[in-house]
Design a protein around this ligand. Structure first.
Ligand code: GAL
Length: 424
């Protein structure tokens, strides 16, 4: 009886091995729908990657399905409907960290890619702490294509010189420069639509709390309504008073906010380094000349990171073509086609050194900081907290903007921590 059972188990195991092997041997063909929010000005890097794929797999028709809206605000809603409705795209953009694991993986909506990682040698090619962020209970679930930095302050060097102002290393320096800029008719700090206010908040919080204090929010060591967090909201208040929030911010995309810095209508903007991609690839500006970059105030030495990745959803309509897509994403060739245009650095540790000339001075500086700085995971871009927290955090910011009360914001933050289970 026992030996028959063993035989059955062996046969099943062999069949599944052959199943996998034959699926991989099959030449990719048919349609491949890649779902992301990289539309319009955000598109060139993805389009370059798709071009490489199309050349490798001419029998596949790639559908570049995009839903416009910075940081995926609209795309994620569409994705949720499709995933829950049982019509997932072949592969979709998802941030490494809680957005992947705490949302889709725990709901059993993603296929494990552990064997693919072994077969491709990716466990050695990606940094261990990044693999940790895309893993759950021993399996790996997505392929990271890049590393973006969230805590960057952008400026226009020629304009700063004209105004006699240096890029501030601290928020206190910024607050000193603020009235001078306002008197010259310049917005000291430009922000855009709602999610970019959240984006600013995480840089301010990192500056006030430091990397350990920031990590402490998510482990429960930094009390959501404690004195440190009250100090974050107080600082945020002073900074917003030097911004266009409540004036014209709601109508500006992140690109339009950057445009105001380049035009000299605003002095500074805090945005992730997709802004570098936009300024280099679309506006054709030279890093350090056409635009300036610094760690956001009070955060030098800490790299607040996020990573765009793609996975294989359960029920993906074309797994063979999708696995071929993932193999390209994780390769040196794929990462070097994508990142120089995107304003991000490769997630692979060996890609920049393979073709250093592809990477401009901004990207070289980002790669050096990524290798040497303290790391902090972004909240606004999916690393630190699950989608439940992220959704409700929008309301925390709204409560804060409406009330101007640090105590009210802290209390709301604490409540959201409790309902989402995101804070330790
Ligand atoms: C981030 C994403 C970046 C960029 C940005 C602006 O969430 O990771 O790749 O697209 O949003 O839309």
């Amino acid at each position: 009886m026992k030996s028959r059972l063993l035989l059955v188990v062996l046969v099943i195991a062999l069949l599944s091995v052959f199943g996998v092997v034959s699926a991989q041997d099959e030449a990719p063909s048919g349609e491949l729908e890649i779902f992301s929010w990289w539309a319009g000005d955000e598109g060139p890097a993805l389009e370059a990657l798709i071009a490489v794929y199309a050349a490798q797999y001419p029998d596949v028709e790639v559908i570049n399905a995009t839903v416009t809206g910075g940081s995926g605000v609209n795309a994620r809603a569409v994705l949720k409907t499709r995933m829950l409705g049982g019509t997932p795209p072949a592969s979709f953009q998802v941030h490494a960290g809680q957005e992947l694991t705490g949302t889709w993986v725990i709901a059993d909506r993603m296929e494990p890619l552990t064997d693919l990682f072994v077969a491709q040698g990716w466990n050695e090619a990606f940094p261990a702490q990044l693999i940790e962020q895309i893993s759950y209970e021993g399996d790996v679930y997505s392929v990271p294509v890049n590393i973006h930095r969230s805590n960057v302050m952008w400026s226009n060097p020629a304009k700063l010189e004209e105004w006699g102002i240096a890029a501030p290393a601290t928020w206190d320096e910024f607050l000193v420069a603020c009235p001078t800029l306002q008197a010259a008719g310049v917005t000291p700090l430009v922000v855009g639509e709602a999610w970019t206010v959240n984006h600013l908040w995480e840089s301010v919080a990192l500056g006030v709390l430091g990397a350990d204090g920031w990590a402490g929010i998510w482990s429960g060591e930094t009390a959501a309504d404690g004195p440190e967090m009250l100090a974050v909201w107080d600082k945020f208040s002073e900074i917003l008073a030097c911004s266009n929030v409540g004036v014209d911010s709601a109508g500006l995309s992140w690109q339009q906010a950057i445009d105001k810095v380049i035009a000299g209508e605003a002095a500074f903007n805090i945005m992730g380094d997709w802004a570098a991609g936009y300024m280099v690839t679309t506006l054709e500006l030279e890093p350090g000349v056409g635009f300036g970059f610094n760690a956001s105030p009070d955060t030098a030495g800490t790299f607040m990171w996020l990573s765009d990745s793609f996975g294989l959803p359960v029920g993906s309509p074309n797994p063979v073509a999708t696995v071929a897509w993932l193999e390209l994403l994780g390769s040196v060739e794929g990462q070097n086609a994508f990142n120089p245009l995107k304003g991000s650095i490769p997630a692979r540790i060996d890609a920049v050194s393979a073709e250093p000339d592809l990477y401009n001075t901004y990207l070289q500086a980002a790669a050096a900081d990524w290798a040497s700085n303290d790391l902090a995971g972004s909240l606004a871009h999916g690393v630190a907290a699950n989608e439940r927290f992220m959704g409700d955090f929008n309301q925390v910011i709204e409560i804060y903007l409406a009330s101007g009360s640090s105590a009210a914001a802290s209390a709301a933050f604490k409540a959201v921590c409790a309902t989402s289970g995101a804070c330790g």
